[in-house]
Design a protein around this ligand. Structure first.
Ligand SMILES: *Cc1c(COP(=O)(O)O)cnc(C)c1O
Ligand SMILES: [Zn+2]
Length: 465
């Protein structure tokens, strides 16, 4: 049975306690650290080459082969086929964009966008939620829950609504959730609790609730969710004819994605499926830059699992003492207490990674460039492009290197940010953006006011031409 060859294991090297795959934990019961899903690869039919997965392109009438997550199920074999919950997630694309390449400063053909906004709920979160929902079904859960800045709740809600397997409760902060995301949770029928507080507060509440009641927690502390998110990297390799790029650039919020990417590469290397691991760049928004501060200013490293916990604890204690709250227009990464911090440090060690922070001004300009190139995304996603540009300017990324930026969420998630940006002009910023701290917009595409009159309309169009 496949499930015997998968288990859960504590990431702390001085603990390494293991747990059955049927157990439900949001952290190690012995030491409180995060858990991994691990595999006894010797007992599993692992493909000899990544190319072997191509056979599944021709059997797409099987929902498991259609799914962009589960067609790679041999690399996340914690469930048997009949337990898998899928709604056709992961039909996403890796596309080159030369206009974005030019903006970032790399050669034509070297900038690729992994467009995860094409998932059923419009963000990469579906890659993880299909896996978490599968585990929830394995353990007989009746209700699933999460805290969210918006996309996690939209994703969990769609899995509840589309499968009818679970009731769903989502906890959102009362502040800045983008309307597209809130509307999804409501429309998919999730019980939507608006907690008076921010994301970090909502997460603490939902963790306590799930510890008290038999409710299944689907935040990224859930190690099964991250197994699904590994598939984003499998699809990037698939899009590059199974060759690793030089760089993967991803926005960092709760750091689940970056953690999953590092695990995917470590496993593929161990299994001899890839020769070279790409470098990883994790990009924080300047208003939510915990990883940047710990990694670059305090030099906190994975260190084979012996992280400097005293330094980390002091950092968070000072954050609480000064009541420092995350604040960025990139609401999906407006998180000051990233739960997957240690796993992300591990990923940075595996992938010789770097961390940067970018301003909201730079994020929105990068977003406009992504949109003009035909691949709309939400603000948080554009942090990847702004980060790649910064790393290019700093000479860390070379023009000849191949760079993949992960576009984590769809443009229509947050139309207010987009319309606000394009309605601004240099020196005259949209009121909402201004109060959120935006000082400059470089590429607005303003709507043109024109009278309801054919001649005047024609004269406007002629002036454009
Ligand atoms: C969740 C989310 C992120 C942050 O990902 P983490 O795994 O939490 O670091 C970034 N962008 C979008 C659009 C998201 O929904
Ligand atoms: Zn432990």
């Amino acid at each position: 049975m496949p499930t015997n060859s998968a288990y859960q294991v504590c990431i702390n090297p001085t603990c390494r306690k293991t747990f059955d795959v049927q157990e439900v934990h949001s952290g190690c019961p012995a030491c409180g650290n995060l858990l991994d899903v691990a595999y006894d690869w010797n007992k599993l039919p692992v493909p000899k080459s990544l190319r072997d997965f191509e056979a599944r392109w021709s059997t797409q009438q099987n929902p498991l082969d259609y799914s962009g997550v589960w067609r790679f199920r041999d690399l996340l074999r914690f469930a048997s086929d009949d337990q898998i919950v899928t709604i056709g997630e992961g039909q996403t694309q890796l596309r080159p964009s030369n206009s974005v390449a030019k903006y970032v400063g790399v050669n034509d053909g070297n900038l690729l966008l992994q467009y995860e906004g094409l998932n059923p709920s419009g963000s990469f979160k579906d890659n993880g939620m299909t896996a978490a929902s599968t585990h929830a079904r394995m353990v007989g859960a009746k209700m699933t829950a999460c805290a969210s800045t918006g996309n996690t709740s939209a994703s969990l809600a769609i899995y509840g609504g589309a499968t009818g397997l679970f009731d769903v409760a989502v906890f959102v902060g009362s502040g800045k959730i983008a309307f597209g995301k809130l509307s999804q949770a409501l429309d998919y029928g999730a019980a939507t609790l608006q907690i008076q507080g921010d994301f970090d507060d909502a997460l603490k509440q939902v963790r306590d609730v799930c510890a008290r009641e038999k409710i299944y927690l689907c935040n990224s502390v859930n190690p099964f969710r991250l197994e699904g998110q590994k598939s984003i990297m499998y699809r990037v390799l698939e899009g590059l004819n199974w060759e690793a790029p030089d760089w993967i650039v991803v926005p960092g919020g709760n750091l689940g994605n970056s953690s999953a990417f590092g695990k995917a590469f470590a496993e593929m290397k161990e299994l001899g499926l890839i020769k070279r691991v790409p470098r990883l760049a994790v990009i924080n928004a300047a208003g939510a830059n915990t990883l940047h501060q710990l990694f670059n200013q305090q030099s906190v490293r994975w260190n084979d699992g012996h992280t400097d916990d005293a330094k980390i604890d002091t950092f968070f204690a000072e954050m609480d003492r000064d009541n420092r709250r995350a604040s960025t227009l990139a609401t999906a990464i407006e998180i000051n207490r990233p739960v997957n911090l240690k796993k992300c440090l591990r990923a940075l060690a595996v992938c010789d990674g770097v961390v940067r922070e970018v301003s909201d001004d730079d994020i929105l300009d990068a977003k406009a460039k992504v949109g003009a190139g035909g691949f709309g995304c939400e603000p948080a996603s554009a942090a990847s492009v702004a980060g790649a540009k910064l790393l290019r300017e700093q000479g860390i990324i070379a023009p000849s290197e191949r760079v993949v930026c992960i576009l984590t969420g769809h443009q229509l998630k947050d139309p207010n940010a987009t319309v606000g940006y394009h309605s601004s002009r240099p020196g005259e910023i949209d009121e909402k953006l201004k109060s959120a701290g935006i000082t400059e917009v470089k590429f607005p595409n303003r709507p043109i006011q024109v009278a309801n009159d054919l001649e005047k309309i024609l004269s406007v169009l002629r002036d454009l031409g």
